[in-house]
Design a protein around this ligand. Structure first.
Ligand code: SF4
Length: 254
């Protein structure tokens, strides 16, 4: 166990493989969806921040309908871009972010495409993205994993919650530290499996307010799950003994 209460990397890696196998048996094997072009994935990631994937996809579609092409989006005013994506929360900030992203790509590549990354190595892709200092690292991670197939861990609320309850990360809200740690722990060929399975487990069982630990297939590996089921057993047995002593005293009075 590390000083901060998280598991050592070796123990955590062993645990993650076991958990992943158990979740795969429960929810089924994962299949990576067909990759989107990296620029589309990047813009979707920008639009999805603080919003749902569905709303981000709708907003992206509207961008492609309102404007002739992404180059026209780049040269348009943030106000015009905002009008196209106005259903999203923080549409004004996102309009600026979309314009900045497209301007960065154009300034670096002299075209509105990141197609060259499909042929690039993971190190080359990482070097290119390192220069996009204002872009959230989680957005970069989703492009690396979903679009380019390189090992990276995009975190969302579910993956973060399941990982922290299992003791893999600290869960203190520092997503860049958590992501970096998960990228060290998870074997590179299982990044997508872990992302997808933890996501499903987080939505179906490991709920934010009331995790369904008693029915969780990974409870035997999960320290939070063990703690929560032990304390609910204690509460149940305490209330059982209270009600039986109440009925005993009632029968003595009668
Ligand atoms: S056992 Fe409970 S806390 Fe642990 S991962 Fe499953 S649902 Fe979450």
């Amino acid at each position: 166990m590390g000083r901060d209460g998280t598991l050592t990397i070796v123990k955590a890696r062993r645990l993650v493989v076991r958990v992943c196998n158990a979740l795969e048996r429960k929810y089924g094997a994962r299949e990576m969806p067909s990759p989107r072009p990296p620029l589309e994935e990047l813009l979707l990631g920008v639009l999805a921040q603080g919003s749902s994937e569905r709303s981000a996809s709708r907003a992206y579609r509207r961008l492609t309908q309102f404007f002739v092409d992404l180059n026209e989006v780049r040269v348009s005013t943030p106000k015009d871009i905002e009008a196209a994506i106005s259903d999203l929360p923080n549409a004004e900030d996102k309009a600026y972010a979309v314009k900045e992203t497209l301007s960065h790509v154009f300034n670096k590549r002299n075209e509105i495409s990141l197609g060259f990354l499909e042929e690039a190595s993971a190190a080359e892709a990482r070097r290119f993205f390192a220069e996009m200092e204002d872009t959230d690292r989680g957005v970069i991670a989703r492009v690396m994993l979903f679009s380019l197939g390189h090992p990276a861990m995009p975190l969302n609320a579910q993956v973060d919650r399941v990982s922290s309850r299992l003791g893999l990360i600290q869960g203190d809200g520092d997503s860049s530290e958590s992501r970096a740690r998960l990228e060290k722990i998870v074997p590179s060929d299982r990044m997508f499996d872990v992302h997808s399975l933890f996501n499903e487990h987080g939505r179906k069982a490991c709920l934010a307010a009331r995790p369904k630990c008693s029915r969780s297939v990974v409870r035997s590996y999960c320290r939070t799950g063990k703690k929560l089921t032990a304390s609910s057993r204690k509460t149940r047995s305490r209330s059982k003994s209270k009600s039986s002593s109440r009925s005993r005293s009632r029968s003595t009075r009668s």
